[in-house]
Ligand binder design. Structure first.
Ligand code: UTP
Length: 288
C-alpha cells in the first residue's frame, strides 16, 4: 500500500457564509484566537506525515501564499526588539522549500472540480483532502487518526460525523454496510439528499483519503447538486470500483465556514490556549 504523502487543500470557495469578513480576507485566513485557521490545518497535516500540501486557490486568495512565506521586514523588527518567541513562532510555521504548491481554480465550479485541479501535482498515489474550514480539535490530530485507519483497510476513507437533527439535506450523507466501531464499510453516498431520503445521519465532514483513480471520474463529470461539480458524485462512482470506508474520528469539529462555528472555535481554542486561557475565561464569564 502506498503511503499518504500529499494533501489537497481546496481554498477557492467564495465563503459567502462568513461575509463580509471573507470579502477581502480568505475565509481560511480568518483568525482562531491568534493565528489563521489554515495554520492549524497545516499542523494537523504535518502530524499525519503529509510532506506536500497542494492549495487550490482562486481570485483574492493571495494572502495564503504570503502567509506561508518569509516577511523580512517583520522578522527583522521582531529580532531587533528582542521578541524572539514571536519570531520563532512565525518562522516555525514556514514551509520547507517545496513543501507547498499552489494551483488556481479559475472559477469556483465546485469541490470536485477544485480537487481535480490538483491532479498533475498529486500524480499516481493516494492523497488526503483536507477542507480547511473544518477545524478539528483532537488529542491525536484528526488526519493522523484517519491515516492510521486507512493503513488498516486501504482503499478510500472519508471522515464522517453525526449530523444534527433535520440538517442532512445540507451535507454529503453516507450509507453503511452495518455499523460496528468507528470504521465501517460504505455502500453509498449522496450529496444534499432531499429531506426524508437520507440513508443515514452521518455526513462527510472534511477529511478524505482518496485513490488517484478519482481524477479520471472527475474529468468527465457534469454538474450535480447546487449546479456544482461535486466530489461526492465522483466518489459514489468510484465506489463501484474500489472499497470505501467511513471513519468517525475521536474529537470535536468546528465549522469555521459558518459565523457561529467560527465563534465557537475561537471560544474553545481560547479556553485551551496556554497563555490566554485564564484571561479568556474571565472575559467570557464577564460577558455572560
Ligand atoms: P464550501 O461550500 O464550504 O465553501 O466548500 P464555500 O463555497 O466557500 O462556502 P459558502 O457556502 O460560500 O460559505 C468546501 C471547501 O471547498 C472549497 C472551499 O474553499 C471550501 O474549503 N471550494 C468549494 C473550492 O475550492 N472550490 C469550489 O469551487 C467550491
Amino acid at each position: 500500500m502506498k503511503p499518504v504523502r500529499k494533501a489537497v487543500l481546496p481554498v477557492a470557495g467564495m465563503g459567502t457564509r462568513v461575509l463580509p469578513g471573507a470579502k477581502t480576507t480568505p475565509k481560511e485566513m480568518l483568525n482562531v484566537v491568534d493565528r489563521p485557521i489554515l495554520s492549524y490545518i497545516i499542523a494537523e497535516g504535518r502530524a499525519a506525515g503529509i510532506e506536500h500540501f497542494v492549495f487550490v486557490t482562486g481570485r483574492g486568495k493571495g494572502a495564503i501564499e504570503d502567509y506561508f512565506d518569509h516577511h523580512p521586514e517583520l522578522e527583522a523588527q521582531l529580532e531587533a526588539k528582542g521578541k524572539l518567541d514571536l519570531l520563532a513562532d512565525i518562522q516555525g510555521e514556514l514551509p520547507r522549500p517545496g513543501e507547498m504548491s499552489f494551483v488556481r481554480q479559475m472559477a469556483p465550479l465546485g469541490l470536485g472540480h477544485a480537487v481535480w485541479c490538483a491532479r498533475d501535482i498529486i500524480g499516481d498515489e493516494p492523497f488526503a483532502v483536507m477542507l480547511p474550514d473544518m477545524l478539528m480539535a483532537a488529542d491525536v490530530p484528526a488526519l493522523k487518526q484517519t491515516v492510521d485507519a486507512y493503513n488498516t483497510v486501504g482503499g478510500n476513507v472519508v471522515v464522517v460525523e453525526q449530523c444534527p437533527e433535520g440538517q442532512a439535506h445540507k451535507y454529503g450523507i453516507v450509507a453503511l454496510d452495518g455499523q460496528a466501531g468507528r470504521l465501517n464499510r460504505m455502500t453509498g453516498m449522496v450529496e444534499k439528499p432531499a429531506p426524508g431520503t437520507e440513508p443515514s445521519n452521518l455526513f462527510i465532514s472534511g477529511r478524505y483519503i482518496l485513490q488517484p483513480e478519482i481524477f479520471a471520474l472527475l474529468a468527465e463529470q457534469g454538474k450535480g447538486a447546487g449546479g456544482e461539480i461535486q466530489l461526492t458524485d465522483a466518489m459514489a462512482r468510484l465506489m463501484a470500483l474500489e472499497p470505501f470506508h467511513a471513519f468517525e474520528y475521536d474529537g470535536v469539529t468546528y465549522d469555521c465556514g459558518d459565523k457561529i462555528g467560527l465563534l465557537r472555535a475561537n471560544v474553545a481554542f481560547a479556553l485551551k490556549h496556554p497563555d490566554l486561557a485564564d484571561a479568556a475565561r474571565a472575559a467570557i464569564t464577564a460577558l455572560l
